[in-house]
Write a protein that binds this ligand. Structure first.
Ligand code: TYD
Length: 395
């Protein structure tokens, strides 16, 4: 589908002293002509992607907090009448399960990263720190009984051993239980040309077509779908055991829509590739022009996605002064590949630049609200999704 060549680790923000030690890995994705699954060809070993100090925090924005609160309400609503036991895979710092816990519902988070698991426990969320698979599923079932609902939000697309995870769901889920999963949606990536969703941690780029092909051999079918605005466009899939519930109207609608998207056709991906190159050239040309005009340009949000954008589009440190980011662990470091310094938001606010590339474009509404002062003073946000353009007014 698309080959980015050798790329640095997307989340590998470097200490200046580690500059000489940066390693690159092949990054390319292929699309299956039979089932429409889009996935990475090479998987970077997890110990390199997720060193001990790495901790992805789900609670990076108010928008995500609200999203998880709504998801918790949805999960609780889908439980009327049954004896609930909610299990979340990749429960992170308890951003979702805290609401389930507050509602007094029996629950368990499964979160391998010990530090964020500890934060969840501090919020009253029952959490076990292990990698989910068949073995862990058996242990949980033995100790707690079957789960009436299982959730994996922005988790499945990261897991290379996905069949073991689905087998684990099969072991743990009750006969009439639901498995709710959501991940960035291939349809959005193609429609918005959001090629920066492609990076080492995202192994799978799911669609309803590929999800149905993936889960059917395990005895599950998709009974509901719902588009979500998070992560730049995600899809929520509600699965049940085949025959337990009938697929709803939204599943039939999305199946039809995906058939018009031609997700199995090579031409679809050739067209995507061409649009990626158009976006990249336009972005780079614009940055060069802004520099020639003497404008100060910075980046906003040191996202993992920004690594793909910066490196693939050939945007160098002379074109972007710094990237402002709220994450303390990224501040003082250099962006992977392009080696642009990451600074705290106080640097941005102390002397507003002329323009800011919105690498956190998935949080555009929240950022526009927050940075009204920058905009009022004539600052412009520059986005490149779905195409290169300025956003110069609050949303
Ligand atoms: P995220 O949405 O998780 O994207 P990715 O999965 O591509 O890393 O990351 C958002 C990043 O942007 C995170 O590092 C925090 C940062 N950020 C800001 O600096 N300011 C903001 O106002 C928001 C919303 C995010």
């Amino acid at each position: 589908m698309i080959d980015f060549g050798l790329m640095p680790i997307a989340n590998g923000f470097l200490r200046p002293s580690d500059l000489g030690a940066e390693v690159r890995y092949p990054l390319s994705v292929v699309a299956c002509p039979a089932c429409a699954m889009v996935q990475l060809v090479d998987v970077v070993p997890p110990e390199i992607l997720f060193p001990a100090e790495y901790a992805f925090h789900s609670s990076t924005s108010d928008g995500m907090a609200r999203h998880f609160q709504r998801l918790a309400t949805d999960v609780i609503a889908r439980h009327s009448g049954s004896v609930p036991f909610v299990v979340e895979l990749g429960s992170n710092d308890g951003i979702l399960l805290q609401h389930v816990a507050k509602a007094g519902i029996r629950h368990l988070g499964v979160e391998p990263a010990a530090n964020v698991a500890a934060e969840a426990r501090a919020k009253g969320v029952n959490t076990v720190s292990r990698f989910f698979g068949v073995e862990v599923a058996r242990d949980i079932r033995e100790q707690y009984g079957p789960a009436s609902a299982m959730i994996a939000a922005n988790v499945l697309c990261h897991l290379p051993d996905i069949h073991d995870v689905i087998d684990g769901v099969d072991v743990l889920l009750s006969p009439d239980g639901v498995f709710i999963t959501e991940d960035p949606y291939l349809g959005d990536i193609l429609e918005k040309t959001s090629f920066d969703q492609i990076y080492d941690e995202h192994i799978f780029y799911f669609s309803l077509t590929s999800m149905e092909a993936l889960f059917a051999p395990h005895g599950f079918c998709v009974v509901d779908v719902e588009a979500q605005p998070v992560h730049g466009g995600s899809m929520r899939y509600v699965m049940a055991r085949t025959g337990a519930r009938a697929p709803g109207a939204r599943v039939l609608e999305l199946r039809h829509r995906e058939s018009t998207m031609q997700l199995k056709a090579a031409a679809t991906y050739a067209d995507f590739r061409a649009r990626v190159e158009t976006t990249c050239a336009a972005l780079r040309d614009l940055l060069v022009r802004l520099k020639d005009e003497g404008r100060r340009v910075v980046g906003y949000g040191a996202t993992s996605k920004s690594t793909t954008t910066l490196v693939h589009c050939g945007i160098t440190a002379d074109l972007v002064e710094y990237i402002s980011d709220t994450t303390p662990g990224k501040q003082g470091r250099l962006s992977p590949g392009a080696h642009i310094p990451i600074v705290p938001p106080s640097v941005f606010a102390a002397a507003y630049p002329d323009d800011a590339i919105l690498f956190a474009w998935n949080h555009a509404a929240e950022v526009m609200d927050k940075e009204g002062e920058f905009l009022r003073r004539g600052g412009r946000f520059l986005t490149y999704v779905p195409d290169v353009r300025f956003i110069s007014a609050p949303t």
